[in-house]
Design a protein around this ligand. Structure first.
Ligand SMILES: NC(=O)c1ccc[n+]([C@@H]2O[C@H](COP(=O)([O-])OP(=O)(O)OC[C@H]3O[C@@H](n4cnc5c(N)ncnc54)[C@H](O)[C@@H]3O)[C@@H](O)[C@H]2O)c1
Length: 373
């Protein structure tokens, strides 16, 4: 069971309980600029730092972290960073414990030695974006040979999530927007996911309502209270997708990230309104076993949480939010080739979570609207 606390003040006690030998500190390139850097560096335990990875981390870099963790004999990890840093730490834990992915595959076999595997490895996550919610999910995302790979195991859910909104003061405006949109899309997608439960829907409602209420003071005024609310909203969205998983907007976003270099949240958010618009057409085939009437009532619930009268108005609201945030759609260079590549790339597992069927031909039609010429 994960413990979620607010405030960097909790960190020294958590770390002193977790570390017997050595702490692996997993940080991204923002670490030297963070307001909490001194507190983290002064933690009174032996530690070694790993930061040799990029955003949207790749397998080869994660393997370097696994070797460092093993060679240094670390028995606990503290991930301080955005979703990328937290996901790197989760993958390291997966390898150190010799765990299998939910598909049954051992993804890190190449960089493991079974005789040196550990039995436990406490993972503490301190997110510096708000966010992916990765601090409260059992998934990690990495890129293997250019393709996105989801790593899933209940044991990689961080043991502790420490939410410290003060870290958001250094987050660049564009990253703030991208990560805010990621949290909002997670909330909306989780709400309509075919796997949603009463618990996941309670989390998404809290996430979406808080984002609608606080996005403006957070983005426009750098308001500290709003930053705290958005950090919690992102965490609720993370807890929601941990139950329901994400849907078509996420599935269709990954190739946009690798093809056009769009950050994750931006890529998801350009997909969501086009997909929602399609799901409201008479051609849309509902595949949620709870039925079409149920789905339409969920679309209404989401629209009301966004402050809109109905789902059509909600799609317009989302598009106007993208305009207000100045988040443009990607523009194609070699349109035909790119549309073909995109429509073949869609992750079929995540599409199954979508409440409306989307096949390759429909995905192509959607990409024609998402990617501008
Ligand atoms: N595991 C999950 O459940 C889950 C969920 C959603 C997304 N993800 C993954 O998370 C990754 C994206 O994470 P992200 O959007 O948080 O971005 P990120 O972790 O890639 O960070 C983006 C940039 O912001 C910088 N940064 C982060 N925090 C900062 C701060 N406080 N001040 C200054 N700079 C800061 C980083 O150094 C980096 O340059 C993607 O790989 C995505 O697939 C994972």
């Amino acid at each position: 069971m994960q413990q979620i606390v607010q405030g960097i003040g909790h960190l020294p006690e958590i770390i002193s309980k977790a570390v017997r030998q050595k702490l692996l500190l997993v940080t991204d390139a923002s670490f030297p600029f963070l307001s909490i850097k001194d507190t983290v560096e002064s933690l009174a335990v032996e530690k070694v730092r790993f930061s040799d990875f990029t955003s949207n981390p790749v397998y080869e870099d994660i393997c370097k972290g696994i070797r460092l963790c093993r060679d240094e004999g670390c028995d606990a990890m503290l991930a301080v960073g955005g979703g990328s840093a937290i996901d790197v730490a989760k993958c390291i834990k997966m390898a150190m414990l010799g765990l299998e992915n939910s598909s049954g595959a051992n993804l890190f076999q190449d960089c493991q030695t079974s005789d040196r595997q550990t039995k436990t490895l406490t993972l503490v996550a301190l997110p510096t974006t708000a966010g992916t919610g990765s601090e409260s999910t059992h998934n990690a995302v990495m890129y293997y040979k250019g393709a996105k790979q989801t790593v899933t195991n209940d044991a990689i859910l961080p043991d502790y999530a420490v939410l410290e909104p003060a870290v958001l003061t250094t987050l660049p405006l564009y990253q703030k927007k991208c990560t805010l949109l990621d949290a909002l899309c997670q909330g909306i997608e989780s709400w309509w996911s075919v796997n949603s439960t009463d618990e996941s829907k309670a989390y998404t409602r809290q996430a979406v309502e808080a984002i609608v209420h606080y996005w403006r003071p957070y983005i426009v005024n750098n308001d500290a209270d709003a930053a705290g609310q958005i950090m919690w909203a992102a965490n609720y969205a993370g807890r929601a997708i941990n139950i329901s998983a994400t849907t078509a907007a996420h599935a269709m976003s990954y190739k946009l990230t690798s093809l056009y270099g769009l950050p994750h949240g931006h890529a998801v958010a350009v997909c969501l309104p086009e997909i929602w618009d399609y799901m409201l057409t008479p051609a849309a085939v509902c595949i949620d076993p709870r039925g079409k009437a149920y789905l339409l009532s969920i679309f209404d619930d989401i629209a009301h949480a966004l402050g809109c009268a109905d789902a059509h108005e909600a799609v317009l609201w989302f598009r106007s939010l993208m305009n207000m945030l100045d988040m443009p759609s990607p523009v194609s260079r070699q349109r035909e080739e790119e549309l073909t590549l995109l429509s073949c790339s869609v992750n079929p597992v995540r599409l199954k979570n979508n409440p409306v069927a989307i096949d390759e031909a429909q995905a192509r039609t959607l990409y024609e609207a998402i990617v501008h010429s």
